[in-house]
Design a protein around this ligand. Structure first.
Ligand code: FAD
Length: 447
């Protein structure tokens, strides 16, 4: 068989966060004609800090006015900048800016905007334009329906219907909250908030707070809140068995097991038998995938936070390569992974790299699901790729003829993880992997 011909397609990208802009870049590099749709008026997605919170602090009311970003004011990255950045565009220190190795969120916003400026990506983006419907047409092409969004978020009547050969979904997955189910919560009189709507500690002043969760952001937020709150009680399914323990270094923070029940008199009871009268429950319990604009007859569904079926977390076997998703895996190294996913999508769309047959892709997905099941892994962890994040990225890289993830980057991620485990309070300020930083910078000189 001869080499496949390279075709240039019209491709719609939904979202101008990190995934959408790197997808835009890679698709254009591969010769496609790209339009990036973005509801907001800036590039950066999650990294555009918004001090406003939603009208429903739990984020459950579908008619609430939505705020996209979940950033809190004090947020610093949880990855060192050298390993966090795109491989083709290192996240290096710029004069006059936040020069910390784990910088604050504004530095990431600036980095993404530098990336967009240096690769002239802004021209691809249609700002203040929300995609509200994506539908496959009989001829296999895609109808993308979008509307202009007014400055205050209200819609005005400008609606566009356009046909594309491909749609790449890059809409982000940290906006639709998941909350913990708590027995008795309906009669419990306190206030509930999801971490999506956490910004600063002040509203928690002098309050007794139960914070549910143990992710990196729950750890940050509990420390942030402890500066103002009267008491912070962390409830975690992974807390060690045994009695409640006070957190070392804090006189107002305790670690409990999971919540058993909440009661009319304001009490919250934990599985370890302890109980506290609580003012606020803060759910740091993660998010759910949500694709309200996809009209694809349930060919792809979200079931217990499994988006599927998706071949390699990207292409629905029955709809690929026309429809693809960037950024579905979590516990990944996001930006470099988005970059590789985008490269693969771009060269599959151009025909330079072939996908397996629909049957083969479906069989691959099924055998992946069977393995998860055999390992006792609940569906909601389908896209948690922590244990094979490097293999996954290396596989993508190999598919598009790109080198595997740099050895220093792999070692740096592991070193950071170990450092976090041993110095949870201070891993952003003290580390031992100086030799890896040097190796990274040596590598960056070749970019
Ligand atoms: P987003 O950044 O969410 O961007 C999606 C974009 O799509 C948005 O601009 C949105 O307006 C737009 N959009 C959505 N729907 C539509 C539509 N229908 N039409 C048009 N536009 C639409 N990652 C790291 O690498 N390091 C970190 O330290 C780190 N910390 C994090 C801390 C928090 C609190 C959170 C929530 C995430 C963190 N992440 C971190 C992960 C982070 O989500 C990714 O870095 C990245 O922002 C995800 O990029 P994305 O482009 O997939 O989505």
């Amino acid at each position: 068989m001869g080499a496949p011909s390279r075709q240039s397609l019209a491709v719609a990208v939904i979202g101008a966060g990190p995934a959408g802009i790197v997808a835009g870049r890679e698709l254009r590099r591969e010769g496609h004609k790209v339009v990036v749709f973005e509801t907001g008026d800036q590039i950066g997605g999650t990294w555009i800090y918004n001090p406003d919170v939603e009208s429903d602090p739990l984020g459950l009311d579908p008619s609430r006015k939505k705020v996209h970003s979940s950033l809190y004011e004090s947020l610093r990255t949880n990855l060192p900048r050298e390993s966090m950045g795109f491989r083709d565009y290192p996240f290096v220190i710029r004069e006059g800016r936040d020069n910390r190795r784990f910088p604050g969120h504004r530095e990431v916003f600036h980095y993404l905007n530098d990336f967009a400026r240096d690769f002239e990506l802004r021209d691809l983006v249609r700002f203040k334009t929300e995609v509200f419907e994506v539908e496959r047409m009989k001829n296999g092409r895609w109808m993308v329906r979008s509307r202009k969004v007014g400055m205050d978020g209200d819609d005005d009547p400008v609606i566009m219907n356009e046909v594309y050969d491909g749609v790449v979904v890059c809409k982000g997955h940290y906006t639709e909250p998941r909350i913990a189910e708590i027995s008795g919560i309906d009669t419990w009189p306190g206030k509930q908030i999801h971490s999506h709507n956490y910004r600063v500690p002040e509203p928690f002043r002098d309050q007794v707070v139960v914070l549910i969760g143990s992710s990196a952001s729950s750890v940050d937020i509990s420390r942030d809140i402890s500066k103002a709150a009267k008491e912070v009680h962390i409830s975690s399914r992974s807390a060690p068995n045994g009695p409640t323990t006070r957190q070392p270094g804090y006189d107002n923070m305790w670690l409990h097991s999971a919540i058993e029940s909440a009661h009319e008199d304001g009490t919250v009871v934990f599985h370890d038998g302890s109980s506290v009268v609580v003012d606020i429950i803060l759910h740091c319990t993660g998010y759910q995938y949500h694709f309200p604009f996809l009209k694809i007859d349930d060919i792809v569904t979200v079931d217990d936070n499994r988006v599927g079926p998706l071949y390699k977390h990207i292409f629905p076997p029955l709809l690929g390569p026309g429809l693809s998703f960037i950024g579905i895996p979590w516990k990944a190294i996001p930006f470099p992974m988005f970059e590789l996913q985008s490269k693969w999508v771009a060269c599959v769309l151009s025909g330079r790299v072939a996908l397996p047959s629909q049957e083969e892709m479906m069989e691959d997905v099924k055998s992946f699901y069977r393995k998860l099941e055999a390992d006792g892994c609940p569906k909601r962890y389908t896209h948690d790729i922590w244990d094979n994040k490097f293999d996954y990225s290396d596989w993508l890289a190999a598919e598009c003829g790109y080198p595997p993830v740099e050895e220093w980057r792999k070692q740096m991620i592991l070193a950071t993880w170990k450092n976090y485990a041993s110095r949870p309070e201070n891993y952003r300020n003290e580390w031992e992997d100086h030799h890896l930083v040097l190796q990274a910078h040596k590598d960056f000189q070749q970019c």
